[in-house]
Structures are given as C-alpha cells and as structure tokens.
Design a protein around this ligand. Structure first.
Ligand code: ADP
Length: 404
C-alpha cells in the first residue's frame, strides 16, 4: 500500500476514535459525527493532489527522448533490439552498417554466421556475450559484438571496431619477425666462420684466415648497426609526443655534421648552400644530427659516386626553415616512394645490405621529423636523382644566447 493512501485510513481511524470518544463522554451522536466529518474534510484538503496522468506520461517520454539522444551521440555503434528487430541504431551504427538496418531483423541486417550465433544464444546465457568477427564491414576489418540484456524483450548490441588494434598488433608481430630475421643472418655467418676457424683454422692458409676474420668483423659490425638503429627507433618512438624545446641553429648544426661526414668520405662529394643568417628551429641536437647523417649517408650510398650531393638550408616565406638533401643518381621508381619510411623497406635489398644498410634509416628519419612537428617530402626522378626535403615550422623568437 502506498504512503498517500495510508494517510486517509489513519485519518478515518482517528476520526472514528474521536467520534466514539465524544459519544462515550456523553456528547450528542449527531454532533460527534459532524466533528468527525469536518476533521476528515480538512485532512483531505491538506493531502497533496494526485498528479495528472498527462504530465507523468510526458515526463516518461522526455526521459526516453533524452536517453535516445544520448545513445545517438555516442561514438560507439549501438543497436537496441526488440526480440530480433532493430528498433534503434545510433548514428555510429548507421554509419558502419547503413541506415537501412533500422527496423530490420538483426539476423538479416548483421548477416554474418558469428553475429547470428550471438543473436541465437539462449536468453539466459551469460550477461555480455560477445563474438569477434573478421571482415564484418569488409576487407581486414575486425569487430567485436557484445549483447547485453535490457529487459525481458529488449537487448543492447555494442559494436566495437578493433581493426586499428589488430593492425598495430600485426605490425608489431611483423616488426619482431623482421628484426629477428635481420639479426639472425649476420649471426649465422659469424657462427659459421668462427666454427670453421676454430675447427680447421690451422689448416687454412694465411690469406683465407684473414678473409674469414674480415667477414666475421663485417657481420659483427652489421649486427651492431642494426642494434643501434633498433635502439634509436624505440627511443624516438617513445618520445614522439614530446616536442623538443631547444632552439637550434640548423645551419651551424648541418655544417658540423657535413664536416664529420667529409672527414670519412671526402669533401669533394658534398656541396653546401647555407643562408647568411641563422636558421633557427626548435629541436633536439642528437636527433637532428642523426636525421642529417641518415639522409646524407643515403645520398652518398645510393647517388652516383661521380656526382656531388647538395645539402641546403633555406628560409621559406612562411617563416619555416627548410633542409634539402639532393643526390644525382639512379633515383627511385614512383611505386616505392610511399613505402620508403616503413621499417625494413628497401627498393634493392642486396644493394642496401652490401652498403651496410639496416633498412631502418628512413623510418628513424620519419619519427624524428614527426617529433619535431616538421614534414618530410621525397621527390625522385628515375635516372636523375632524389631530393629529400624536411620543412621545420617557424619558431617563436628566442634569445640568441640560447642558440647552439
Ligand atoms: P637502408 O639502410 O637500406 O639504406 P633506409 O631506411 O635508409 O635503409 O632506406 C630505405 C631504402 O630507401 C633503401 O634501401 C633504398 O632502397 C632507398 N633509398 C633511400 N635513400 C635513397 C636515395 N637517396 N636514393 C635512392 N634510394 C634511396
């Protein structure tokens, strides 16, 4: 019994007791009854008036509309089913599956054996049953569908797009497999040559032994470069959200790196074009040095050895600072250009390995560029050569004393 109905009953009981008391006390019965009726009437007037039916229905409707609006705006695709009919599909669900699904039987709308299995699970089966479906929205897409009970007739179906997570995990697995393969190759060579030297080295002539030692040293250096590049890559990747804050004069830094490279490869193949004034960018010295070294090394490695590599720092009208490294040589075919910054991607694996390449140089460059909020452009013409352009955003003015 509700509180609102208990109050009049208590009032009636009290009125009856009052009436009885008055009669026992010798009052006239009609007077006692009159007092009881007046008392009950005033009690009735003080009771809260019952709500009208209309406003209650309106409040329920408003709450349903608010819930519907909230579900509609959620970024996760959601369906509400009544038995198996789709009675609500929010905007994200309509975008993923098409607007036509509204009102359809979910078994037809979702049309996948695993989705069907989820829909046909017994009504009493676990709360939050889910299935993972490959190719649900085509291609390599991967979705997780979860069914939750709302009430006796209605179900909520949550659709979670797991494609990006699956891609990341696949890329991770591929990377580990590639890195292991790259390390295993020189390691196998080292073990093979060292075993031969240990077991039958005495029987080999001096020239052969020297050649074997050279191979062991070369392969060990290859492993060392690979390990160093793997460490650099993981370092820049870990810091990618953290923009460097140090003001650096790119002209001075480039001149220093060119000097170091020239001391190994000779000055003849390097031409520099620098602006008269400072070319300041916000950066991290060691990473910018690595970017310069990787791009200059590649230009020397893959460019025509008889032609110079041009290294230029310049100011763009927008206030940006631009670094270009251009070689003249065989160039790169257009179909390779979009993939060059992928880890271990090589247009000519034999040539890259023979030149001591790890296949990670441009992947490292790409991450350094991203961390510096810069852009990387690769332009190449087969038979003419390749130009790498890094464009650094303008930086706020910094005190000259802070420039390195
Ligand atoms: P690698 O260690 O193989 O040089 P990178 O990541 O530095 O690896 O470069 C990836 C690939 O891009 C190279 O294997 C090569 O095929 C190509 N490449 C890079 N720079 C040049 C260039 N300047 N000219 C022609 N090809 C280049």
């Amino acid at each position: 019994m509700s509180g609102k109905r208990a109050l009049p009953l208590a009032g009636i009981a009290l009125a009856a007791a009052t009436c009885l008391g008055m009669v026992i006390a010798g009052a006239d019965l009609s007077l006692a009854l009159g007092v009881a009726v007046i008392w009950l009437g005033s009690l009735w007037l003080t009771l809260p008036a019952p709500e009208a039916e209309g406003p209650r229905i309106n409040a329920e409707q408003a709450s349903r509309d608010a819930t519907r609006e909230m579900i509609e705006s959620l970024s996760q695709p959601l369906l509400v089913l009544e038995d198996t009919r789709i009675t609500l599909a929010n905007a994200a669900a309509r975008e993923a599956l098409g607007a036509h699904i509204l009102g359809q039987d979910a078994r037809i709308a979702l049309r996948h054996p695993d989705a069907m299995r989820l829909l046909e699970m017994g009504a009493d089966e676990g709360w939050g049953d889910s299935v993972t479906i490959t190719g649900f929205t085509g291609g390599r897409s991967l979705w997780q569908l979860t069914r939750r009970r709302i009430d006796k007739k209605r179900w909520l179906i949550e659709l979670s797009d797991r494609t990006a997570e699956a891609d990341i995990s696949r890329a991770h697995t591929d990377f580990v497999a590639n890195a292991s393969h790259e390390l295993r190759t020189p390691l196998a060579a080292i073990i093979g040559y060292v075993e031969t030297l240990a077991e039958g080295g005495a029987a080999l002539d001096e020239a052969t032994r020297t050649r074997f030692h050279e191979v062991v040293l070369r392969e060990a250096r290859r492993m060392q470069s690979l390990v160093e590049d793997l460490m650099s890559l993981s370092h820049v990747e870990a810091e990618k959200h953290d923009r460097p804050t140090e003001p650096i004069d790119l002209t001075k830094l480039t001149a220093r790196v060119v000097g170091e490279v020239a001391s190994i490869h000779g000055r003849d193949r390097l031409v520099t074009i620098f602006p008269d004034d400072d070319a300041n960018v916000l950066g991290e010295v060691s990473q910018l040095e690595q970017l310069l070294r990787n791009l200059i090394d590649n230009a020397l490695k893959y460019g025509d050895p008889a032609k110079p590599v041009a290294i230029r720092v310049s100011h763009a009208l927008s206030g940006a600072t631009t670094l270009t490294i251009a070689d003249r040589g065989p160039g790169i075919a257009p179909e390779h250009l979009p993939h060059l910054t992928r880890r271990f991607y090589r247009t000519d694996p034999g040539r890259s390995r023979a030149a001591g390449g790890t296949g990670l140089g441009l992947a490292i460059v790409k991450h350094i560029v991203e961390r510096h909020r810069a852009t990387l452009d690769i332009a190449s013409t087969v038979g003419e050569g390749t130009t790498f352009t890094v464009c650094f955003p303008p930086m706020p003015a910094a005190p000259a004393s802070q420039l390195s």
